[in-house]
Design a protein around this ligand. Structure first.
Ligand code: FES
Length: 185
């Protein structure tokens, strides 16, 4: 190769090298930006979405009575407990209750303690042997939860009950008040 040819080829080769390096750097920088975007963006998006969408409901089986032998027959018993509640952002402890009822000490009914009309707490009225809601005078049958009087649109909300080693457990759920269907709140 003549010295002129070598002198002519070198600048072109250098230009090609420079262009190749620039392309490579642009490519690397593009990939790097995309990776950084994913690394930063995914946790941020998850932090916004996961409290609202990502949480699975914890099990709500709650021990509401230690010993079935201590529960009177034919008389409703109110059993209170503290429940961990969380909406999308806030976790709190809330006092809740169920009403337990048994005729024979073997089969138990558990009612959510919120009236199905507008969610007030109702009580047991010994004189009439019914549940009475003080808010709008709703009245319910203690054995079945059926509405006997007043504006409640559906019977009391029953809850699944299990007896484990003589203790009473209830699968606790709140339901939407004011509607005829039993729909989880
Ligand atoms: S909230 Fe119970 S009757 Fe209205």
């Amino acid at each position: 190769m003549s010295p002129e040819a070598s002198a002519d080829a070198s600048p072109d080769a250098e230009d090609a090298n420079v262009i190749g390096r620039r392309r490579f750097l642009r490519w690397v920088s593009g990939i790097g930006s995309a990776v950084i975007g994913i690394l930063v963006g995914v946790p941020v998006i998850r932090s916004f979405l996961s409290p609202a969408l990502g949480k699975t409901k914890p099990s709500r089986w709650i021990k509401v009575a230690e010993d079935i032998a201590l529960i009177d027959l034919g008389v409703p018993v109110r059993a209170g407990f503290v429940q961990d509640e969380s909406d999308a952002w806030v976790e709190a402890q809330v006092e809740e209750a169920v009403w337990l009822y048994t005729d024979d000490g073997e089969k138990f009914k558990a009612y959510n303690s919120h009236c199905t009309h507008l969610g007030c707490s109702y009580g047991y009225d010994k004189a009439s042997n019914t549940f009475l809601c003080p808010c709008h005078r709703g009245q319910f049958d203690v054995k079945t939860g059926a509405v006997l009087a007043g504006p409640p649109p559906r019977p009391l909300d029953t809850l699944p009950v299990e007896i484990r080693d003589s203790a009473v457990f209830v699968d606790y759920t709140n339901f939407r008040p004011g509607v005829p269907q039993k729909v989880s709140a």
